[in-house]
Design a protein around this ligand. Structure first.
Ligand code: NAD
Length: 294
């Protein structure tokens, strides 16, 4: 099976290497960043243009920033879709608006091309380990055919429904993570203002009902003042914008999402969007004049 992968950023690069390690060695890759292409070629892939990928690959994967990038690469003038054969399949692993996934799938269906939307959770460490969680939308038979390929990059690969269901699930994930991070920052700020050591608060409650993967990953960062990304504020703003768009189009109420989005936007405006999303704690530090854990 000839595979194409477009988008070799923080996530796409290690995912390409895991596809190769998984025994799928006929891999063509492309990215605007030549250094990223060179690194993956050194690991065993071949560099190719988007046209070559479209013309020759049985399955084409993308790992791009957002809906407009995926639409341009696939459906823009001279886009990959214009070269794809009817038997080929498109799997988009980017986190994009589920409405956009459905629009792309509808365009590809006119050419007889099947599509899965297959965003991931887990970040760079799990992309490197090959233990990402995939949330997949698309036909069952297409999912069954390509699950072994996704297994080379993921520890969990779950079909959530038809095309768009993968990205809808990802939006749910991103809402839960964002609201958890904000609650954690608010709670640790309260503890510090009330004179209780946030580190001891974390140790006392992490095993109880309030404990979470978010708390375990982000409380130590907030307490140490470590804002190295991880997952950047700007990417989370992008995901929550997609959540708000989707919610408005289906009539779902999302007041918590709207509120955390405003605070992340404040962070973008005042601190830049390149810090880890746990730096939302700095918004509370700005309001109170304290520094959590220090
Ligand atoms: P990134 O910005 O590091 O990588 C995106 C890559 O796409 C870049 O290398 C860029 O050069 C390339 N690109 C952009 N336009 C292109 C084009 N027209 N043709 C070819 N290449 C093009 O982003 P990332 O962190 O790898 O994230 C990719 C997707 O995965 C995003 O949707 C993100 O939300 C999602 N995601 C990221 C993480 C994370 O922790 N970074 C975790 C889960 C999901």
């Amino acid at each position: 099976m000839k595979i194409g992968l477009i988008g070799l950023g923080i996530m796409g690069k290690p995912m390409a290497k895991n596809i190769l390690k998984g025994g799928y060695t006929d891999l063509l890759v492309s990215d605007l960043n030549q250094a990223a292409v060179d690194e993956v070629v050194a690991a065993g892939a071949k560099a190719a243009s988007n046209q070559e990928i479209g013309e020759s690959c049985d399955v084409i994967l993308t790992m791009l920033p957002n809906s407009p990038h995926v639409k341009t690469v696939m459906l823009g003038e001279g886009g990959v879709a214009s070269y794809m054969k009817p038997y080929a399949t498109f799997i988009d692993m980017s986190s994009i608006n589920p409405v956009a996934s459905q629009e792309i799938a509808a365009e590809l269906a006119k050419k007889g091309v099947e599509m899965l939307d297959a965003p991931v959770s887990g970040g760079e460490p799990k992309a490197i380990d090959g233990t990402l969680s995939f949330m997949v939308g698309g036909k069952q038979e297409v999912f069954d055919k390509f699950k072994p390929l996704l297994d080379t990059m993921g520890g969990s690969v779950v079909r959530c429904g038809d095309v768009g269901a993968g990205n809808t699930t990802k939006l749910a994930n991103q809402i839960i993570v964002a609201c958890n991070i904000q609650a954690l920052a608010e709670a640790l700020t309260l503890a510090q203002k009330a004179g209780v050591d946030p580190q001891l608060v974390f140790e006392a409650i992490r095993g109880g009902l309030a404990g979470s993967t978010v708390m375990n990953a982000k409380a130590p960062m907030m307490i140490a003042g470590n804002d190295q990304p991880g997952f950047k504020i700007d990417l989370h703003i992008k995901d929550l914008n997609n959540a708000l768009d989707c919610a408005h189009s289906v009539g779902a109420p999302v007041p918590m999402t709207a509120q955390v989005q405003e605070i992340l936007q404040w962070m973008h405006n005042h601190e830049g969007g390149q810090k880890d999303h746990s730096a939302i704690a700095q918004y509370y530090e700005y309001l109170t004049g304290i520094q959590i854990g220090r």
